[in-house]
Every structure is written in C-alpha cells, then in structure tokens.
Design a protein around this ligand. Structure first.
Ligand SMILES: Cc1cc2nc3c(=O)[nH]c(=O)nc-3n(C[C@H](O)[C@H](O)[C@H](O)COP(=O)(O)O)c2cc1C
Length: 205
C-alpha cells in the first residue's frame, strides 16, 4: 500500500497512520517557568535526544489553535531560555496525562496533578521530584517548521543539557535500569507502551 500524507482516508484508513508508524516515541515531560514565576508542565512526544556531545534534546510544539500564540511551554522557554525534560515512568502516567490538558498560562499544572517539585541546580525551573530522571536544559535555538494548511506552524525547540537528576533507586551496577521504572512511550492513536524488557547486541567489529 502506498499513501500520500493526509490522504489516508482515500486508502481506507480511519486515522492518519504517521504517528503510529513513527513509534514508539519517548515522552519529554517539559517543565518551564514564565518570566513572572508561573510554573508549567506538559508532555511532548515529538521529543528526542539529538546529540550526545554536547548532550542536546529537542521537542516540537504545535500551535494551540489557528491564529493563537504558541503553547505555554514554548512561550515560557522563549522568555526564560530554560526548560527541564522529565522522564515519565509507568507509575506517573496518570499525572502526566492530567498535565496535557490545555490550562490557561497562569495555571500551575504541578499543583493540578499533585506533582511534587524538586530544585534544579543549573536552571531556575523545577523538576518532577519523583521522576526517575530529568534533564536540565538551556535553550539553544528554536526553528519554525513549514506552514500547515491553515497557515500556522509548529516550532522545534532545541536545548543543551546542563545537568541531569537521577533517582539513585533506578541505578543498578553503575547503570540505569529502565525496567525498574518502565519509561512510557507514545504509540499512535490513544495508545502507549512501557519498556519492560531489554536485550543487548554488540556492533560488529
Ligand atoms: C503523551 C502526549 C504527547 C504529546 N505530544 C505533543 C507534542 O509533541 N507536541 C505538541 O504540540 N503537543 C503535544 N501534546 C499535547 C500537549 O501536551 C498539550 O497541548 C498541552 O496542553 C500543552 O501544554 P502547555 O500549553 O502548557 O505547553 C501531547 C499530549 C500528550 C498526552
């Protein structure tokens, strides 16, 4: 089967398959602070690491709706140039979901979801205290992606990692054991997965 993007219905598919094809996607649970001090947190699955040295991450924020400003996370990062990527364990899935609601900018989603904050070392934004790991980031660049059919554009946010907070309970023999917290991943549609098993494979000599 071949389909053109956005012409999935003509091919007999009920939903656009793009996000199901590019899956599983890790979830960046992004915490930010506005310049007047309001805290914000929301999940983003157009998220990934983009470089090991220097360690860098990206996520993409689609516009809220036609003609409106960007999402709160983007606006806060444009103001303060700081953000934190929190990793979502399976046990944090419900709290993560609560924070995906489109609350007004001044609403603190940490409070709405009952998330305890932890102090960061290199940024003024807090992290999720009970996340298995979180990455403190300074904004490097934003990039406006090509226009959507309605004329609005998604923005890619790229940051340099300046600090890493790790729950010592997830470290076994000097390594992070992801199966101890089962990181959540986004699939297509309303589906998620969690990492329960791993296997190792060496590159050929
Ligand atoms: C698992 C999950 C992944 C999401 N990924 C994205 C994403 O990659 N880009 C995006 O713009 N919105 C994404 N959303 C929607 C945002 O979380 C939602 O619009 C949220 O209200 C944005 O909050 P903010 O305005 O406080 O930044 C996702 C939602 C969920 C539940």
């Amino acid at each position: 089967m071949f389909i053109y993007p956005n012409k999935y219905e003509e091919a007999g598919l009920s939903h656009n398959p793009f996000k199901a094809i590019v899956s599983p996607r890790p979830i960046g649970w992004i915490s930010t602070r506005s310049s007047d001090g309001h805290l914000n947190i929301a999940p983003y699955s157009f998220f990934n690491a983009i470089s090991e040295q220097p360690p860098m991450v990206m996520f993409s924020s689609s516009p809220k709706k036609e003609g409106s400003l960007g999402k709160d996370s983007l606006l806060n990062i444009e103001d303060t140039e700081e953000f934190v990527v929190n990793i979502v364990s399976y046990s944090l899935r419900e709290k993560m979901n609560i924070t995906s609601k489109d609350y007004p900018r001044e609403i603190n989603e940490f409070e709405k979801a009952g998330i305890e904050v932890g102090q960061c070392k290199t940024v003024s934004v807090p992290h999720v205290k009970f996340a298995p790991a979180s990455l403190e980031c300074k904004l490097w660049k934003t990039l406006t992606l090509p226009e959507k059919p309605d004329g609005s554009s998604t923005t890619m946010i790229m940051g340099v990692v300046t600090g890493m907070n790790i729950d010592e309970g997830v470290i076994k023999n000097g390594k992070i054991d992801v199966t101890s917290y089962e990181p959540l991943a986004r699939l297509g549609y309303y589906d998620y997965s969690q990492v329960k098993d791993t296997f190792s494979m060496r590159r050929p000599d």
